[in-house]
Design a protein. Sequence first.
Length: 201
Amino acid sequence: MLIRVHPENPQERLIRQIVGILKKGGIIVYPTDTIYGLGCDIYQHKAIERICRIKNVEPQKANLSFVCYDLSDLSHYARQLATPVYRTLKQYLPGPYTFILGASKEVPKILKTKKDTVGIRIPDNKIARCIVQELGNPILSATLPGEYVEDYTDPEIIHDKFEKLVDAVIDGGIGGMIPSTIVDFSKGEPELIREGAGEWE
């Protein structure tokens, strides 16, 4: 199913339709401020397992991140943040960054890594954030499987390729080619893990 959503003024009824799919354990491909990603409700275990099968990885090793609506979600899913860390996040988010933080008890067990961390994203993308806001909790986010290719910028091509594997592809226009910048704050000091779309000083 291809659902075309307006990138600047996402239609409420379509957002509700997408959230209905997620609440039933569905998987979507959706736009962010960087590349299109695979998403599901973080509390739907079977959906998480399906995403991991698509990517051919185990949940704990899958490098999955949470897409949150805003920084108020952080207190639920990340351990107590030091003030300078919070200030840094506030400066860079929403934006094309994934921050790795210590995971709180709220993070579902299936997603706990050996390092006990969680990746947090607040993309500067209205569709992604409207979905999360309507759902009431983060969505799990994963990159599309395989090498990132130009085909993955076009939702119609993505739909042709993945329609049998996912429940809906959300068309929010042409996506980017460069993934988010990943910064690890789990040990206190920031460590740049991957240089991506966001500039990091």
